[in-house]
Ligand binder design. Structure first.
Ligand code: UD1
Ligand code: UDP
Length: 364
């Protein structure tokens, strides 16, 4: 069996790493039936959005990198589509694996499907029901041209069934982010010194990330978020640490926004970020992966969005939707700080990577 593992952005590298590890492990045990290679689209390319994760997670180099870089949705998706088709025609893998909801995922799934190569969608069945998000279009289309839909939870399986996807294509595997967190947390705590470097004390700071197009490209929404963060740092007299995504950094200048009182730092490596997450008083984010990670780590989360495709986090009450109005953000923070933090992680047992590779070995 030959697997193509497609990655393009930071979260895809992190969430594919347990599958790559599983493939490497099987190869290391002398399993000659299994062959795999990594195809990187180059959607993310800055060192701290890309290579740092390959180094830290000890992943082998991608066999191909399309170096597509940034651009409009059509430019980026189109370049990836053309680049992936060429490689797939040459390599003829048995299955192409894509993860999540980025432009890389849509292009990878579409190119493979048109060549009649099987597509496996890792993290299938998530829905925000908000078509203004580019990610919603990507995930719906990727699901509907996939042959293996690896749903993280029963709930995502039900969503797919309700969209008439045949049940025999759907496999509830858990989310590979649980594997990635469990595999790296101990090492992160041993190796990282993010608290020390930033002069922070456990539970005495807030951690923030934002990068959603509908938030940061919209001046009013981004301003609402920054104002909310400024109010929080004043009200609690605690630092707000914001490792800022390059898109958001660019938008702060474009919109000429003020971030006084908020500690902006460059995007962090995975170990440093995990350590900051685990020790934060509370995390505010519009990231998908971080809503999951906080839920797994037992850290309260306030989501700076009007909806989420991770409703499991709302069900277990690890997360609350605040939107972007400063007063609502402050209120949600105060509710979540008081809340019970003893929820159960709904995203699986940390063996999703193995489960996915086992399913493919069995069926192909
Ligand atoms: C993309 C995904 C989003 C995902 C996020 C993970 C799409 C539509 N969006 O958003 O779903 O949550 O990745 O972080 O696929 N840039 C750099 N260096 C980089 C990458 C980007 O400076 O390595 C800057 C460029 O100015 C670029 C901007 O960030 O124009 C946005 O990058 P892009 O890949 O288009 O989207 P993301 O916002 O990163
Ligand atoms: N992350 C990181 N450093 C940072 C911010 C995030 O390593 O400075 C990791 C985080 O632990 C999570 C992933 O990046 O695993 C989330 O990626 P992102 O928020 O960019 O994308 P999304 O999950 O929203 O698609």
């Amino acid at each position: 069996m030959k697997i193509t593992v497609v990655v393009g952005t930071r979260p895809e590298i992190i969430k594919m790493s347990p599958i790559i590890r599983e493939c490497e492990g099987l190869r290391g045990q002398g399993n000659t039936d299994l062959d795999y290679f990594i195809l990187h689209t180059g959607q993310h390319y800055s060192y701290n959005m890309d290579k740092v994760f390959f180094e830290q997670l000890k992943l082998s180099e991608p066999k191909y990198n399309l170096d597509v870089g940034s651009g409009t949705h059509a430019e980026q998706t189109g370049k990836i589509l053309i680049g992936i088709e060429n490689i797939l025609k040459k390599e003829r893998p048995d299955v192409v694996l894509v993860q999540g909801d980025t432009n890389t995922v849509l292009a990878g799934a579409l190119a493979a499907s048109k060549l009649h190569i099987k597509v496996g969608h890792v993290e299938a069945g998530l829905r925000s029901y908000d078509r203004t998000m580019p990610e919603e279009t990507n995930r719906v289309l990727a699901d509907h041209c996939s042959d293996f839909l690896f749903a993280p939870t029963k709930r995502s399986e039900q969503t797919l069934i309700a969209e008439s996807i045949p049940e025999n294509k759907i496999f509830v595997t858990g989310n590979t982010i649980v594997d990635a967190v469990y595999q790296n947390l101990k090492i992160a705590n041993k190796k990282a010194n993010a608290l020390g470097k930033l002069g922070l004390k456990e539970k005495e700071y807030f951690l923030v990330t934002t990068h959603r197009q509908e938030n940061v490209d919209n001046k009013e929404r981004f301003k609402g978020i920054l104002t909310g963060l400024q109010e929080i740092t004043k009200e609690y007299n605690l630092p707000v640490i914001y490792p800022i995504h390059p898109r958001s950094q660019k938008m702060i200048s474009t919109h000429n926004l003020q971030s006084d009182g908020i500690t902006l730092i460059d995007p962090l490596d995975m170990f440093s970020f995990l350590q900051l997450e685990q020790n934060a008083k509370l995390v505010l984010t519009d990231s998908g992966g971080i809503q999951e990670e906080t839920c797994i780590l037992g850290i309260p989360c306030v989501t700076l969005r009007d909806n989420t495709e991770r409703p499991e986090t709302l069900d277990v009450r690890s997360n609350m939707l605040a939107g972007v109005i400063p007063e609502d953000i402050v209120n949600c923070v105060s509710v979540m700080i008081e809340n019970n933090k003893e929820w159960k992680n709904p995203f699986g047992d940390g063996n999703s990577g193995k489960r996915i590779v086992d399913i493919l070995e069995e069926r192909l």
